[in-house]
Design a protein around this ligand. Sequence first.
Ligand SMILES: C[S@@+](CC[C@H](N)C(=O)[O-])C[C@H]1O[C@@H](n2cnc3c(N)ncnc32)[C@H](O)[C@@H]1O
Length: 308
Amino acid sequence: MSPLIGSINNSWWEIQVIAKQSLEEQIFWRLQNFGCQGMASQKKDGQIQISSYLPVEKGSVLDLAALSLWLKQDAIAVNYEAPVTQWTVINDEDWSSSWKQHWSPQEIGDMLAIYPAWIEAPADLGDRQILRLDPGSAFGTGAHATTQLCLEALEMRLWGVKPEDKIVVADVGCGSGILSIGALLIGASQTYAIDNDILAIKATNHNRQLNGIAAEKIWVAEGSIQDLIAHMPEPAHGFTCNILADIIVDMVPYFDKLVGENGWGILSGILIEQVPKVADALDAHKWVIATFWKRQEWACLTIRRSEY
Ligand SMILES: C[S@@+](CC[C@H](N)C(=O)[O-])C[C@H]1O[C@@H](n2cnc3c(N)ncnc32)[C@H](O)[C@@H]1O
């Protein structure tokens, strides 16, 4: 195996792929193009198990899901069974502090600028609102294309909204809370956030405080979309859901209860080639795609109810 060099934080994704031996070369090629630095393979129950390593800061969970899909497509294209891809973080004791040096302020859309908690923000940025963020180990620094697309879509949806409109937004898979906080900064009055990872709940609460937002403005809890629906006193005006395509497809039947009659949704975490699958699920539940944005290999859909 090649020596492991170059992670700024001593934290690595360990990616394991179990597949037919004849796919070994193709898988090595994919992993190498993905940026993996160490690779090893061993025979296991008539198949091969390939282990490879990627610095954590070089890929998010969404990127790994994309890699997994490409590996499946490569195998299916040559009539082989799809490989099984798994990943886990190893050796992460320095993770939460050392990566901070490499994260700088970032403007997103026309209305927001993301400022890491440890960098002093200017008192005023003109028309831009400052969103302070310390994501800890939760997803959502604003650096990923899917988060950016969701924030930009929120900006378009909330353009011109006034406090008296009392817009309520649901945030499914809140991660660091970036979309809830962004929605409040650009006009929403209340958000309801949910995530099935307890670290995301902690990060969302911490970031709410960092931005001086009152506790009652962001309700946040551990759970999934059904728990969110059960808790909300009434359906929201709109929702965001930046998770993976397969999870979104499973959630589509619940969207009806999440938002009211003229409700809208913003979906991302969807690879461009997965859009047809999501569109079919939306169609089956009487939702239509209003806009389709893409950045790198990722899609962001805004959706509304179908009239038919
Ligand atoms: C890609 S991150 C998005 C974070 C943030 N909303 C953003 O846009 O940057 C997806 C989040 O969804 C959460 N998640 C995954 N599956 C979920 C599920 N079934 N229910 C609730 N949250 C889920 C993950 O824990 C993760 O925090």
